[in-house]
Structure formats: C-alpha cells, structure tokens
Design a protein around this ligand. Structure first.
Ligand SMILES: Cc1cc2nc3c(=O)[nH]c(=O)nc-3n(C[C@H](O)[C@H](O)[C@H](O)COP(=O)(O)OP(=O)(O)OC[C@H]3O[C@@H](n4cnc5c(N)ncnc54)[C@H](O)[C@@H]3O)c2cc1C
Length: 380
C-alpha cells in the first residue's frame, strides 16, 4: 500500500465518508482512515434513522445548507439506486409560547418554506395516534422526513470506492504531525503522508486536536424502539415528530420497517469520554423510563414493549453551532466537528463543502458562523 496521498480524511463516519466521496469523484487521490468499520455503532451515526428538517430552531443560517443537503441526498439515491430518504413529513409540537416554535417559524418565513400551522384538535384528527393537550400547537413540514443514516454512509462508501478512494478501516489514527507543507498521520503500524488533511473524527476530534483546546463536550444520548401493531403509528399514517415540552425535548419516527416506533430524548445527557463510552441501553433506569413516559403521555398506543435500545454520542460546542474551518495555523488542514446533535442531515452538503475547501481553498456556502476562532469557542 502506498503511503503518500493528496488528501487524508481522518474519520470516515457521517461527514468524513461524504467528503471522501466528493473528493474522489473530483479525481483527488484520497485516503480515508477510520478506527472502526463504518457505518458502525461506536460513534454518532447509528440507529437506523435521522430527521431531516429544513425549517430549524438552530438558526436561519442552516436553512440553505438543509435545502442543498436534501437535494444532494436525492442525487445520491439516484446514483446508488436505493431508498435513502422516507418522505414522512415532520410535525413539531410545543406549547404555544415555546421559543423553539417561534424560531422554527421565523426560519421558515425567511426562506418561504411550506410549514402548516395546526391546532391541537386538528393534529388529533389528522393523526389519531397523537394525544395532544389543547394548549399545544403544531407545525407540519411536509417536505421533510427520515434519512436511513447507515444506508447513506454505506452509499458514500460504495460509490467512493468506485471513484477510487482508498479506505483503511479498523485503523486508529494515533497522532498527526502538521508541517508547513503537509502532515504525517500515524497509526499503530504505519506512517502516512498527505498534502492536505480533513479531520472529521466526531466525538474524538477534541482528543486528536488536543493542542487546540477546543471546548467540545461529548455526551451520551439514548434512543429506543417500542412495539405497536396499531396502524396509526405506522408510516405513512404517522409523520416524524419533534416535541418541545417545558423541560424536555423528544423526537421520533413512525414504525417504518417493522422495528417499532423509535423515540429519543434530545435534552437529557451525561458527559462521557468517547474511549470509555458504554454501549448498553438501560444502564440507567431513565434510559427507558423517560422514553416510555413520553410515549404514554403523547403517543399512548405506541408505548408497547421495548424491542431495542441504543446509546450514542453527540459532540457539542458551547453555542451548538458547527466548526467548519481550516486549522488556525495550518490552512491545508480542514476541520469539521462539533455537530451538536443536529449534523447528520447536513453531511451530504458538508462533504461537498469540504471538497470545495480542499480543492479551491473556499466554498460557495456561507460558513462564517462556523469559524474556529469565533468568540464562543476561544473565550470558553
Ligand atoms: C441519538 C442521536 C440522534 C441524532 N439525531 C439526529 C437527527 O435526527 N438529525 C440530525 O441531523 N442529526 C442527528 N444526530 C446527530 C448526527 O448523527 C451527528 O451530528 C453526526 O452523525 C456526526 O457526524 P460525524 O461525522 O462528526 O461523526 P461520526 O459519524 O461519529 O464519525 C466520526 C468517525 O471518526 C472516526 N474516528 C474517530 N477517531 C478516530 C481516530 N483516531 N482514527 C480514525 N478514525 C477515527 C470514528 O470511528 C467515526 O467513524 C443524532 C445523534 C445521535 C447520537
């Protein structure tokens, strides 16, 4: 195996695998290195499905990326000739004055996105599986839905290999030495050299770039699948959903493939070291307890037997915005990290964006809010 590449991508998960695909498609000699065999269950990208919404409470600056990402997922579906996106639509529900509702509606208005307003009685009538108190309001985004995340990563992997990318799996990058003209990427038994490096190491990014002291926090999240035979909880009779309650936030998916209604808690979390992440669900009583309690209150016919549960990691920045930038001292090193629990849907467009940064030194997308030198990162 040769040991010098134009580009080495460290971490071939959600974003890294997409970047490898775009680089290889553009003829760039690229090596992808991953500590495991992606898609896998050790990072941030397992669990069958991810929501893709276009209107978002995370800020209007994400909408352009979400719309482009959706387009690129559809292109990927055509190229791989497999279903990657399930058009369920997404229902956002909250109390009338919930801040996330206001922000989502604002981003939809600014970008003229279709978002239907629905009162509680209308929601109950249209989707009888939901039990919604009268003082709640909902917004339905019909064009959004569920991405089959592991299938998406597999599609980029398969196509990237066709375009001649090199993929080294089950190989941990131990360290990277940067120099003015390139980098030396060390694994347990090989040293690779590259002109440029893209770092997409998810929960391990803080460790790999420890010299930068990035304020990244890695936390454990849980998700569970619950059995139900009630047709009201099957796709296409139930949309994906996101509930912003007073002190809790939950999201979920209809029973898409027979594995049950999937639900996750978005706000509760435990700090963890990614090297010591425990995979097991039900390590804490609240793992299942919180999800079941949510279902009993709002989707009562779906609160059946737990068929499976998983834990997963997300990596947060202090302001929940991504880091998409070049290394402050080494411009030939690009960093894509800190996706703060909402990054998967964008990974198609982020792969394209990273390939532009590598090849042209700039990108057509506005990434000014994702700077590695922004105040909220350096003052932390
Ligand atoms: C439970 C849960 C639900 C979520 N729901 C949504 C959702 O609905 N919508 C959404 O958009 N986002 C969602 N997210 C967030 C989204 O999944 C993540 O933002 C995204 O997967 C992060 O991608 P990544 O490429 O940074 O990390 P990963 O996909 O984890 O990839 C990082 C890769 O780097 C590799 N790596 C790390 N260190 C090394 C090393 N030293 N050497 C070699 N390889 C290394 C890892 O093995 C891994 O494969 C959710 C996340 C979780 C956990």
């Amino acid at each position: 195996m040769k040991n010098h590449y134009s580009v080495i991508v460290v971490g071939a998960g959600s974003v890294g695998m997409a970047a490898g695909y775009y680089l290889a498609k553009k003829g760039i000699d690229t090596l992808l290195i991953d500590a495991f065999d992606p898609p896998h269950g050790r990072g941030s990208h397992h669990g069958e499905t991810r929501l893709i919404r276009h209107a978002t409470a995370e800020g209007s600056h994400y909408v352009e990326l979400a719309l482009k990402a959706q387009k690129l997922w559809q292109e990927l579906e055509r190229e791989i000739n497999k279903t990657l996106f399930i058009p369920t639509g997404t229902l956002m529900v909250g109390e009338c004055d919930a801040p996330f509702i206001d922000k989502t509606v604002k981003s939809a208005k600014e970008h003229s996105l279709a978002l239907e307003t629905l009162h509680a009685a209308e929601i109950r009538k249209r989707w009888p599986g939901f039990s919604i108190p009268d003082h709640f309001v909902g917004y339905f985004e019909p064009s959004s839905g569920a991405l089959l995340n592991e299938e998406c990563i597999m599609a980029y992997r398969e196509l990237g290999l066709i375009y001649n990318t090199t993929l080294q799996t089950n190989t941990k990058v131990e360290s990277i030495d940067f120099s003015a003209s390139g980098a030396m990427v060390k694994t347990a038994d090989t040293i690779f050299y590259a002109d440029q490096v893209v770092i997409c190491a998810g929960a391990w990014t803080g460790k790999i770039l420890s010299s930068l002291g990035l304020p990244l926090k890695t936390v454990r999240k849980t998700l569970g699948w619950f059995e139900t035979n009630d047709p009201n909880y099957q796709h296409p009779l139930l949309p994906c959903f996101y509930f912003g309650l007073k002190n809790e936030r939950y999201y979920g998916f209809p029973n898409i493939s027979g594995s049950g209604v999937k639900v996750g808690r978005n706000d509760s979390e435990r700090n963890i070291d990614p090297d010591f992440m425990r995979q097991d669900f039900n390590q804490y009583p609240s793992d299942e307890g919180d999800l079941r309690s949510f279902l009993e209150r709002f989707l009562p016919g779906a609160a059946g037997k737990l068929t499976q549960g998983k834990s997963c990691m997300i990596t947060k920045t202090p302001d929940m915005n991504f880091i998409l930038d070049q290394h402050p001292e080494y411009p030939h090193v690009k960093i894509a990290a800190g996706f703060s629990g909402h990054g998967f849907k964008y990974s198609s467009v982020l792969g394209e964006l990273l390939s532009q940064l590598v090849i042209d030194g700039r990108t057509e997308y506005d990434i000014s809010k994702f700077s590695i030198t922004r105040d909220s990162l350096v003052r932390n």
